[in-house]
Design a protein around this ligand. Structure first.
Ligand code: GLU
Length: 675
């Protein structure tokens, strides 16, 4: 971390919130309970830190930075130790961001499985790093870097919830160059409004190189993201300040204040860290600026500038703005602020109006990548802006921003690695703005948790089959779900359709199987039963016959079918129930905690009345069984076949779990007797 941050941290330390902790309400208790692994009324600070770290929110500059420092204070004493926190202490320190905290604990951040996502991004980074093609820019001598600087590669990302990850040379400073153009445009819009700004600059891609000596048919620069347009926007930024300066007694010149203002805005966009400035690059650019001068004279000749604009001054201001320095981490926060409609995800400050951001992103989508803009829109489909220093800032609206920095450029002036990274990113994830989000593609959707994806893909189909909703089944098939998909008990849509007597669905699946060899009519569930067994056991002889005639085989019969109302299962949201059961069967405590924080009842059950405890017991997930029991799961729940979690543990030879369940039962009985 940089020096600035370190000093911020140490001043934070001394700021303890005074006063008595205030009461914790029911909603907070539910959140607390999810973290309270032993159910003893305390949470471990290390668990809290682990959750925040996994979410990508443990950085000192993030919203929980202060809270973590405050919670860690007692540990600073002689020996660091793991601190136990009461609900009051915990919320006293974290309550200033209670809604974000709730979403962290409930797994409802924009990228719920952030650790997994950031690892995959790390893999992409490593792949792209191998590419050493391209040359550094040479028309500004100071940008023509030698090795090893030329081979630097940094990447950083920040989501609209402030989740951050960084790779490689992400703290190396570079001049922003053309990535200042969207910012200059936004500042001009904020100061004068779109109507005035677009009297001086157009909205069309130029179809020519970034510094082409050409204006549009109306004699204006084509758009704000090529040189001519950015010079024009620069002539508008701070104009109001100049007007006021005439009457103001402020001894500082207005030009200095104008540049201060630009740097302040960058600081706010980047979440509070101040950019640097490169005097050598500024001077180098100024000395080699013939083309930009030519452009400015050309525009002056056409009368394109606002009244009173001084050509020399405007150009120097533009060169200064190009020479502001950020690193990839800071720039990713700028991009995230744009992704978040102008509110910085780290500070919560509104830096730009939503309309400003919308306009800027529209132009970044069509004009941000020099002569490659059309191809970039086609292949990558995201608003972006690149600069000749090797930076690319990319916005995934409503999700995240990222920045790549790698100075070697292709023939069109874009960072070679930056472009390759973008293309790989949208090949792996459905981030292209025209990617279809129904799930009908092989790309991953990091906006949805693992558990939710499984539940959607598998359980929705099985549940629809159990209810006889043929329309839903057909829709689900179109969006990538399959009739072959089996749940944690290897139950399939056909098992449930047969068990519930849904002849229409069974007929549909039989017809489907005749055309698709992967769809079996005799899939075996956990206990060896096939759909014919389900049909028979539930008294649907006609369905059993239909299946038999289609060539289906019977498997193992199970005794002890229970009437539907047995068992203490609570009604819950069906999709969430499935997520909880999947998580229990795979031992995913993180997901279980999140669902508990969402208030999903522990004794929730699926279409076979299977509960999380059944699956944890069947799969030998001892930690999960213990956790579920401590949090009040019912060890006596009976499923469709009257089986309890204890039966499951015994049947599968999990003796330790069986013992746990028995003692849980005794405690329950004792508690009931006492009550
Ligand atoms: N300072 C550069 C120029 O105007 C910006 C160019 C760029 O990054 O595209 O020449």
């Amino acid at each position: 971390m940089t020096a600035v941050e370190t000093t911020q941290r140490s001043t934070r330390k001394s700021r303890r919130r005074p006063g008595k902790p205030s009461a914790v309400d029911a909603r907070e208790r539910r959140l607390f309970k999810s973290l309270d692994l032993d159910n003893d009324g305390l949470v471990h600070l290390s668990d809290v830190e682990a959750v925040l770290k996994e979410a990508g929110l443990a950085g000192p500059e993030g919203k929980f930075g202060e809270s973590l420092v405050e919670l860690n204070e007692p540990a600073a004493e002689p020996e660091p130790q793991d601190i136990s926190l009461s609900p009051e202490t915990f919320f006293q320190a974290t309550r200033r961001h209670i809604l974000l905290l709730e979403r962290v604990l409930q797994g409802r951040l924009v990228v719920p499985d952030f650790a997994e996502f950031s690892n995959r991004i790390g893999d992409l980074f490593d792949e792209v790093k191998e590419n050493r093609d391209g040359e550094t820019a040479d028309y500004i001598p100071q940008l023509d870097l030698a090795e090893p600087e030329a081979d630097r590669f940094g990447l950083a990302l920040c989501t609209i919830d402030g989740q951050q990850a960084a790779y490689g040379d992400s703290e190396t400073f570079f001049t922003v160059q053309s990535t200042c153009k969207p910012v200059q445009y936004c500042l001009a819009l904020e100061e004068h409004g779109a109507e005035v700004v677009h009297r001086h600059v157009g909205h069309e891609p130029s179809g020519a190189s970034f510094n082409e000596l050409a204006l549009s048919k109306t004699n204006l620069p084509h758009n704000p993201l090529i040189n001519a347009g950015a010079i024009m926007c620069s002539s508008l930024v701070g104009l109001t300040m100049r007007g006021a300066a005439a009457e103001s007694p402020d001894p500082r010149g207005w030009k200095g204040r104008r540049f201060d203002y630009v740097v302040d805005r960058w600081t706010a966009l980047a979440g509070g860290e101040r950019p640097r400035f490169s005097t050598p690059v500024y001077l180098s650019e100024r000395e080699t600026a013939d083309r930009n001068y030519a452009l400015a004279y050309f525009m002056r000749e056409s009368g394109a500038f606002p009244e009173g604009a001084d050509l020399e001054d405007v150009l120097e201001f533009y060169f200064q703005c190009c020479s502001v320095e950020l690193n990839a981490e800071m720039m990713s926060v700028v991009a995230a602020t744009l992704a978040n409609g102008g509110i910085c995800p780290l500070t919560g400050e509104r830096v730009l109006a939503t309309e400003t951001v919308q306009r800027c992103l529209s132009l970044m989508s069509t004009c941000g990548m020099y002569d490659y803009s059309g191809e970039f829109a086609f292949h990558v489909g995201l608003p972006a802006k690149s600069g000749v220093s090797g930076a690319i800032m990319v916005v995934i609206p409503n999700v995240m921003g990222f920045c790549t920095y790698s100075p070697r450029l292709d023939a069109l002036g874009n960072s070679v690695r930056g472009i390759e990274f973008c293309r790989r990113l949208v090949a792996a994830f459905n981030f292209h703005q025209f990617d279809n989000l129904t799930g009908a593609s092989a790309k991953a959707d990091p906006r949805i948790s693992r558990a939710e994806q499984q539940a959607r893909r598998v359980n929705e189909m099985i549940w629809a089959a159990s209810k006889g909703d043929l329309g839903a089944i057909q829709e689900l098939l179109l969006t990538g779900s399959s009739l072959v998909s089996a749940d944690y008990d290897l139950r399939t849509p056909l098992h449930l359709a047969a068990a519930e007597g849904r002849s229409e669905v069974v007929r549909f699946i039989i017809a489907h199987a005749s055309q698709d060899a992967t769809v079996s009519l005799s899939p075996r569930d956990r206990w060896g039963g096939t759909p014919i067994n389900d049909a028979r056991a539930n008294g649907h002889a006609d369905i059993a016959t239909m299946l038999k005639e289609a060539g289906a085989k019977a498997g193992r019969n199970r005794a002890g079918l229970a009437p539907a109302e047995t068992g203490g299962a609570e009604a819950g949201e069906a999709g969430k129930a499935a997520e909880l059961i999947w998580a229990a069967s795979t031992g995913d405590l993180t997901e279980i905690r999140r669902l508990i924080a969402q208030g999903v009842p522990l004794n929730t059950a699926d279409y076979d009345r299977r509960t999380p405890l059944h699956l944890a017991a069947a799969e030998g997930q001892a930690d999960v069984v213990a956790y579920l029991l401590r949090h009040g799961a019912d060890a006596d729940c009976r499923d469709r076949w009257s089986t309890t979690p204890l039966d499951e543990a015994r049947r599968n030879g999990h003796d330790g779990i069986a013992a746990l369940l028995e003692s849980g039962r005794e405690e329950d009985a004792a508690q009931k007797a006492a009550a």
